[in-house]
Write a protein that binds this ligand. Structure first.
Ligand code: PLP
Length: 589
């Protein structure tokens, strides 16, 4: 088949239910946001104002995610006949940007959506909001008198529950008789994913049972005043079985508390952990093997079947609610070769050998020899300029010979050759998914996508234009900062097996790198992109950057702040607002 926008949607992962609802590709191959019949050309929003990049916030997506969560729980309640209370709360730490909190606050009226906060500034931020109907506020973290005094002032306006996590907390709270108490308890069951260290007995927050026993000996009022059991086993729990274990353990714990004098517990707060699908492939570490609906069902079923005197359910997910609302866009300023550019001017014996390989096995073998020859040349020191010139040419010729040969073999016997190529790790596959270019982008990973640096977090990347043209090369995205970090190259492809493709479709058009194999999940080492033309405003977007990235932002090389474009629908009208435009001067355009 020829390249078209359907293939582009598949390649860049715009097919899941959030992105197929909100993003589309128009006839000119440009990425557009769909909102209530409006079609917004994202690249145009930036190029018109000569922006080097921007965080684009799409506020209706936050509301959509809140609806989705609420509906998933309602459906599970009907299915299992649950008749308790549902209390969603938003943990401020996921994103406490004013516009985000305002949006959740305002839209949350209809669901009585509450909050979870753990620091004085977070609680202060919430104290400005006044409720008609008190909303739940679950307070965890390290407390002091200042925090507790403020909470007492807010107590009429909110349904406040303060976690006890230590003897110090109990001592403090013994003097605040009007505040309801929660118990944050550690779960033994281990979770999964990048944040699994938040679970288990050696996790940071929460009580051990023996500590709780000690505390109760000194503070016998605790069982009577406790209204909530709180657990949190880490963000982004990707494994369904682990999730089930955590929920079962929590309910067992709840039952034991109820049966040992905690007669007033009326809620279980299951914490965060609902995984956001950063990629759609289920065998990938950045997406879960369960859906939102399954999450709600697992939780509700377990509560209905196992919990004594049916507690209210507190949902405390933040990542899932805010991750998709922010899209980070940046302009490509320069492209440079990743390593030695491909070359076929000079002929070397090893290159001839590569050209004679008849199948993938032979090609893998001779590629390994080529690698050995290069390694031997490199360790000769000092390398004089003649050797260096030859080395660069040789490396370029080898790269080109391997990719061309692999392409030739695959076009003759596609299925078998691809199977052989991906069977075990090998140099040929490595070469085929290795970038050939660096794309310098006008931004800072430290500032705009800090989790790529601190946690190796994956974000989808897509160009904003030329999506009707096949990608030309695999490229690494390099930012303006530090030279040992500040590069992003991860790209997972997972196209369905029923896609009809010829060999040509699988490869980029200029550097002949592999982009995908139908029915297989591949992790490329570069992102399929086009070489920007002279004076072209070529923009790329990182999707799903709305959770945690705002709050963790670093100031490396004095680059912090970025223009913001806030998109909303107000009374059926499209409203687009630009903010922080003064930050554009810090970035090349
Ligand atoms: C971080 C945190 C959350 C949010 O978890 P996500 O899975 O990222 O939404 C919820 N509750 C507590 C106590 C947390 O520390």
């Amino acid at each position: 088949m020829v390249w078209d926008k359907e293939l582009a949607r598949e390649l860049y992962g715009l097919t899941g239910n959030i992105w197929s609802k909100y993003l589309d590709i128009d006839e000119r191959g440009r990425l557009i946001v769909k909102l209530k019949g409006y079609k917004i050309d994202l690249a145009k929003l930036l190029s018109e104002k000569k922006l080097p990049g921007a965080h684009i916030r799409i506020l209706p997506i936050i509301r959509y995610m809140m609806d989705k969560v609420y509906e998933a729980f309602m459906e599970a309640f009907r299915k299992f006949g649950y008749e308790g209370e549902f209390k969603p709360v938003y943990p401020l730490k996921s994103n406490s940007t004013t516009i985000v909190v305002d949006t959740i606050w305002q839209y949350g009226v209809k669901y009585n959506w509450g909050f979870n906060a753990g620091t004085y500034p977070e609680i202060k931020l919430l104290s400005k909001y006044t409720n008609k109907k008190p909303r739940l506020l679950v307070v965890d973290g390290i407390k002091d008198n200042k925090i507790l005094d403020l909470l007492v002032k807010m107590n009429d306006n909110w349904e406040i529950i303060v976690d006890i996590e230590s003897m110090r907390d109990a001592d403090l709270l013994s003097k605040y008789r009007d505040l309801n108490i929660g118990l944050r308890i550690k779960v033994v069951s281990k979770s999964s994913g990048l944040w699994s260290h938040s679970s288990g007995l050696d996790s940071k927050f929460g009580l051990l049972i023996n500590t709780l026993d000690e505390i109760i000996k000194e503070h016998p009022w605790i069982p009577g005043r406790t209204v909530l059991l709180h657990v949190h086993a880490g963000s982004q729990i990707t494994d369904k079985n682990k999730l089930e274990n955590i929920i079962r353990e929590t309910i067992t714990l709840y039952n034991s508390l109820v049966n040992t004098g905690f007669k007033n517990i009326r809620y279980i707060d299951f914490g965060g952990g609902l995984a956001y699908p950063y990629v759609e492939a289920s065998d990938h570490m950045f997406s879960s093997n369960y859906s939102l609906n399954e999450y709600a069902e697992i939780l509700v079923k377990e509560v209905v079947e196992s919990a004594e005197n049916i507690p209210g359910i507190v949902f405390e997910g933040g990542r899932y609610i805010v991750a998709p609302h922010r899209i980070t866009v940046t302009k490509i300023i320069d492209t440079r070769p990743y390593s030695t550019p491909e070359d076929d001017e000079t002929s070397y014996p090893i290159v001839e050998e590569i050209k004679n390989a008849e199948n993938i096995k032979e090609l893998v073998y001779v590629s390994r020899r080529a690698r050995e020859i290069i390694t031997r040349l490199m360790i000769k020191s000092p390398i004089n300029i003649e050797t260096r010139r030859m080395l660069e040419k040789l490396l370029g010729s080898i790269t080109k010979a391997i990719t061309c040969k692999a392409y030739e073999i695959i076009s003759k016997d596609k299925d078998n050759a691809l199977k052989e190529l991906t069977r075990t790790p090998n140099f040929v596959f490595e070469e085929l998914v290795k970038p050939s270019h660096r794309f310098f982008a006008s931004f800072s990973l430290f500032s705009h996508l800090p989790d790529t640096i601190v946690a190796d977090q994956y974000f989808k990347v897509t160009p904003l234009q030329r999506l009707n043209e096949k990608p030309e090369v695999l490229g690494v995205i390099s930012d303006l900062t530090c030279d040992s970090m500040g590069e992003y190259s991860a790209f997972a492809t997972s196209l369905p097996s029923n896609i009809e493709t010829g060999t040509e479709d699988l490869f980029t058009s200029l550097d002949h790198k592999l982009m995908f194999i139908p029915g297989k999940t591949l992790r490329l080492k570069g992102i399929p992109l086009h070489i920007p033309r002279k004076n072209e405003n070529y923009y790329i977007a990182f999707l799903d950057t709305g959770a945690y990235q705002d709050m963790l932002s670093m100031n490396h090389n004095l680059l912090d702040g970025y223009p913001e474009i806030i998109i909303d629908i107000v009374n059926d009208d499209l409203k687009i607002q630009y903010k922080n435009l003064e930050t554009t001067e810090n970035y090349p355009f």
